[in-house]
Design a protein around this ligand. Sequence first.
Ligand code: CDP
Ligand code: CDP
Length: 214
Amino acid sequence: MVIALDGPAASGKGTLARLISEHYGFAHLDTGTLYRGVAWLVLSENADPTDPVLATNAARTFEIEKLADADIRTKEVGAAASVVAANSDVRSALLDFQRRFALKPPQNAVGAVLDGRDIGTVVCPDATVKFFVTASPKTRAHRRWLELVSGRPELQEAEIYKDLLERDARDAARDDAPMAAADDAELLDTTHLSIDAAFAAARRVIDGVFRRCG
Ligand code: CDP
Ligand code: CDP
């Protein structure tokens, strides 16, 4: 059983993925962590994320376990992640790990849930259930601002909004594995949904598919 969740930044896909994994006992992989990790490695060497050789080397030597103390949730790392993510060599260096996770989830979990931008289209095109999660840009910027402002009170919501739009545009326009809804993905707009309501809607879809699969 593989559940794929894709969508733009702060649409709520990670929260849904976590709740789904807890509810169904599935292993969860936030694939954005991989791209953020590669970007963090590049930035921590004061290097330029647009340098394709440095980014590719970082992706090839990357180990997710070593990220424990790295602050990868900043908006700077998010922006650099979408730059390194446009590099095909970076993407192919990270692909195997994601596919292995889906095929053979850790701790013998009965299934896997992966969230990102290209899970339903490229990483797991045969996923059992696929979602494309969205929300209006204003709502997403507000959510992300609420998350970041406590640690950085100087952050302006307008700045976060601009960053999100730039990142969405870069993620959707790249040639390799652009952010896109798979043809068979269920669209879930969370703009006016609480986390509980979004989770209930996702569960209805998943339970329906599981019933049909027996
Ligand atoms: O993973 P992604 O970037 O798509 O978003 P997330 O980390 O799941 O959610 C971003 C923020 O929005 C978190 O603080 C969630 O608690 C919040 N959220 C929300 O307020 N309402 C929802 N329906 C979903 C998420
Ligand atoms: O949490 P948020 O939605 O803000 O971003 P993320 O999921 O942590 O992803 C950070 C960046 O990594 C995205 O803007 C994409 O450029 C890239 N990414 C990707 O290209 N493919 C994925 N499967 C996951 C993330």
